[in-house]
Design a protein. Structure first.
Length: 460
């Protein structure tokens, strides 16, 4: 029973090769190698069906996947220093320009820090339907996907263990049945260039491989970096190393661990689920259940309320403190908001993937509060927001205050009303807030300074 509870699986599906390994307490137990070329999702489904029988998988287990295909591309994007949240936004704007296909894409990246190469990120892009199909097929065979990473992540991780020159660059050559991949990686395991070659082993030409490695070394030199070693990975690592080592002045070594058929499936186990190279959002490695879907909505709602409260407190502080300190606080708050935005986007991506696996109503309250936090006029302070489902409609109530005068507040309240009445919410709002404003007008408060209280109610 203990083995069943702790069993995990690793899958390497790299081009037409598929290997599945079983692990218990991080120890390799068994490996199954597909005896046929895996070129389609039908082939992949067949692999999982056969391996499920081989491993006798009877209950759900977690699986980590290293994946590559012809339409998974790697592009280096130069970028200035910026936060993780801003890095994601910057790269997201480059997806459509860099992808090699017309359909919707998913992406991951590894950051390249300043030092041995131009600062930027290696952007990994693949069709969205591929990730969707992989997750669905695995789940149908009782495997819950916690990560899908490109093979470059594993190449980089191995370099950190094999490279003894902290300032040097490593050329990594990964050898597969019908493909050779060449990557340029620094000592921190950050990959910034990938080149691929189609090969047939019965027609293998060492001179062609040597030429491409020489071109890669030249490219590295042009980037003001110096390669200190060449590492060969794959089942034929020693064979290829022997072919080429006499033609280069820098050391050429075979990674002895990589000659095992379980190498890629084994190594992916040690990659963090939170790696930016993971195509599955980091928050998704929790069990994919109905409870996790609800947790996304709860977390997002909490994040939105925290954001609204923080903004309110900052606006109140504007009345009390000097401008220099407030500008500093505003910068800090903006930075926090960017982090919350990034975390929320991750959570929403998680929800989209989970929706493939679990039937669950969309977290309307979380989406509504998040949208509200971004669209409420800046002069308003929101002190209370509630939304609940009654008679098959979402009823909401907003309470707060408006600045600076009653005369100006009507315009801001109308902006908020129009925002809520527009798509995607198409809300119906009662006249309570307008009647309350008229009452204050009758009381002669039209030019009074100070916060003007308001309450707005309606339903979606």
């Amino acid at each position: 029973m203990a083995e069943l509870i702790n069993a995990k699986y690793g899958i390497s599906w790299i081009y037409d090769e598929c290997v599945i390994s079983k692990f218990t307490r991080n120890k390799l137990i068994d490996t199954w190698v597909a005896p046929f070329a895996v070129n389609s999702f039908e082939d992949f489904e067949r692999c999982l069906a056969l391996s499920r029988s081989h491993f006798k998988i009877s209950s759900h287990a977690k699986v980590s996947i290293v994946f590559s295909s012809e339409d998974l591309t790697h592009t280096f994007v130069e970028m200035p220093p910026m936060s993780k949240a801003n890095t994601k936004k910057f790269l997201a704007r480059n997806i459509n320009k860099e992808k090699s296909f017309s359909e919707e894409a998913v992406w991951s990246y590894n950051k390249v820090s300043k030092g041995t190469f131009t600062e930027g990120a290696l952007l990994n892009i693949m069709p969205k339907h591929k990730k969707k199909n992989i997750v669905e097929i695995c789940y149908n065979h009782k495997l819950e996907v916690v990560k899908i990473v490109p093979f470059t992540e594993i190449m980089g991780q191995r370099v950190t263990k094999l490279n003894t020159d902290e300032s040097g660059i490593t050329i990594v050559v990964a050898v597969f049945n019908h493909r050779i991949e060449i990557a340029v990686t620094n000592s921190r395991g950050e990959t910034f260039f990938v080149r691929d070659l189609s090969i047939e082993w019965d027609k293998f030409q060492p001179d062609r491989l040597k030429l491409d490695i020489e071109r890669t070394l030249l490219y590295t030199k042009q980037q003001s970096a110096v390669a200190s070693q060449i590492i060969i990975m794959g089942l034929r690592a020693f064979e290829v190393a022997d072919f080429i080592k006499s033609d280069f002045k820098i050391p050429v070594e075979a990674d002895e661990l990589s000659v095992d058929s379980s190498f890629w499936a084994h190594q992916v186990q040690s990659i963090s689920n939170r790696s930016t190279n993971n195509f599955i959002p980091s928050s998704l490695y929790a069990t994919l259940t109905q409870k996790s879907v609800l947790n996304v909505g709860t977390w997002a709602a909490a994040a939105s309320v925290v954001t609204a409260i923080s903004v309110t407190l900052l606006i109140e502080a504007l009345q009390l403190e000097g401008s220099e300190r407030l500008q500093y606080q505003l910068a800090e708050l903006q930075s926090e908001l960017e982090v919350i935005d990034s975390q929320y986007n991750d959570a929403m991506q998680q929800n989209q993937v989970v929706a493939l696996l679990v039937e669950q109503p969309n977290p309307i309250p979380a989406w509504f509060l998040y949208s509200l936090g971004h669209n409420i006029p800046t002069s308003m302070m929101l002190s209370k927001a509630s939304i609940e489902l009654k008679n098959q409609a979402w009823h909401f109530q907003l309470e707060g205050a408006n600045n600076p005068t009653l005369a100006n507040s009507i315009h801001q309240l109308e902006i908020l009303e129009n925002t809520l009445q527009s798509a995607p919410w198409n809300a119906t709002i009662n006249n309570q807030w307008r009647n309350a404003w008229l009452d204050q007008l009758k009381q002669g408060k039209v030019y009074d300074d100070g916060a003007i209280a308001f309450t707005m109610e309606g339903h979606l």
